[in-house]
Write a protein that binds this ligand. Structure first.
Ligand SMILES: *Cc1c(COP(=O)(O)O)cnc(C)c1O
Length: 408
């Protein structure tokens, strides 16, 4: 990568149209564009509003439990015999993942805009639970769209959402997973964008969502930068995060983009293999295209229709990816790699049994690559992994599907 000043500036996009280089933007019907412009204006206003900033800071601290700690995974590092592996413990947040960071922001924004209801899609159910939680807290209704396959797989989170007072709306079209849930939520939103706010679950969708969700998530990297330096006296040599839509990765990466000695790795799911329909490795195997109102790398057929995707991690199987990731890939600032189902499940058990932390299967993809990288990088180097969520939601599925292989 050549580090010209303009390239560094490029990484701090988007521009006014919500473009990250050639990616991002807004491809929606005119009626919806008017609403998105309003959301954008409201967001630009509140992000400088002292009351809003104080309110969000207070909730982050007293409700979510921020700052989340960094933990040195000594046992795993010693067993691996290479670089030292550190974990940013987003799994310890209230509701169990990083998603609460942007849900609180989106809920406060909706409240300020006078909306009555938050709606969203969910894959693993983590976004749904986080949003249902945030909606209840600020006094809004909440509708969550979820694929029927995911409803079965992520049963505990479905129950949680209902206990929290949200409506869970099953989606039975297509592959009955995340992309179909986004389609359904999008349709419901277009029908009534005035009283509802679509709180997108990642750094995807039309402008301003990729920017807004990233901004709410960047607290992860801001904290981590300080904490890591305090612990070790240096910045980490490598950052690793799993990439579904890309919000936990952008949350960690944003604070380090200008630190050219910090290498960054985004880990996509290669599922069962690299055949169409067996993976969701969008940046690795996709091509630029348009889906759900924005332009980015996309897994698509010759006609530009999104391909079916698959991953053992419900939160990662999406055929698109946040537009800023597409730019960071083209710039060579972030390296995108893959981990398979089997590698992720192995890492899931490994971290559980070395350091007593059960990671979400999504986060286990990042762990799988981190262990590989630790061996390559060698002793004396450091790796900071974003442990995006906890694995409690996955234990029944893991027991049923992989239990025998791991002595359960
Ligand atoms: C949703 C989810 C992800 C994937 O979403 P990103 O936007 O890519 O971060 C990763 N980990 C966990 C625990 C999740 O719940």
């Amino acid at each position: 990568m050549t580090e010209t000043r303009t390239e560094l500036e490029k990484m701090e996009l988007p521009d006014k149209e919500g473009r990250f280089g050639e990616y991002g933007g807004s491809y929606v019907p005119e009626q919806l564009q008017t609403i998105l412009d309003e959301i954008c204006q409201s967001y630009e206003a509140i992000k400088k509003d002292e009351t809003f900033i104080a309110e969000l800071r207070d909730l982050n601290k007293h409700f979510t439990g921020r700052p989340s700690p960094i933990f040195y995974a000594k046992n795993l590092s010693e067993k691996t015999g290479g670089a030292d592996i550190y974990l940013k413990r987003e799994d310890l947040n209230h509701t169990g993942a990083h998603k609460i960071n942007h849900c609180l922001g989106e809920a406060l924004l909706a409240k300020r805009m006078g909306k009555k209801k938050l709606i969203a899609e969910t894959g693993a159910g983590q976004h749904g639970v986080a949003l249902a939680t945030a909606a209840t807290l600020v006094g809004l209704e909440c509708d969550i769209y979820m694929g029927e396959i995911d409803i079965i797989k992520e049963h505990p989170n479905v129950v949680r959402m209902k206990i929290l007072g949200a409506r869970v709306i099953p989606v039975d079209r297509g592959t009955k997973t995340l992309k179909d849930a986004v389609d359904a939520a999008f349709e419901a939103y277009v029908k009534d964008p005035v009283t509802q706010l679509y709180a997108i679950g990642s750094v995807v969708g039309p402008h301003p969502f990729p920017m807004m969700v990233r901004d709410f998530q960047q607290i992860v990297g801001q904290e981590a930068r300080e904490q890591f330096r305090e612990m070790t006296g240096k910045l980490p040599d490598n950052l690793v995060a799993c990439v579904g839509g890309g919000s936990n990765a952008m949350g960690l990466f944003t604070a380090f983009l200008k630190d050219k000695d910090v290498a960054m790795f985004g880990v996509e799911p290669s599922g069962r293999g690299f055949k169409d329909g067996d993976h969701a490795a969008t940046l690795t195997l996709g091509k630029p295209g348009v889906l759900h109102g924005f332009s980015s790398y996309l897994l698509q057929d010759e006609k530009g229709e999104p391909l079916p995707v698959y991953s053992v991690a419900s939160g990662l199987d999406y055929p698109g990816v946040g537009p800023q990731h597409s730019l960071l890939k083209d710039l060579g600032r972030v390296t995108y790699v893959t981990a398979s189902d089997i590698e992720a499940i192995d890492a899931f058990f490994e971290l559980s049994r070395t350091d007593g932390i059960i990671p979400a299967i999504e986060s286990a993809h990042a762990m799988a690559y981190a262990v590989k990288l630790a061996k390559e990088a060698g002793k004396g180097k450091t790796i900071l992994v974003n442990l995006s969520g906890r694995g409690d939601k996955d234990i029944d599925f893991v027991l049923e599907t992989y239990g025998k292989d791991y002595g359960l």
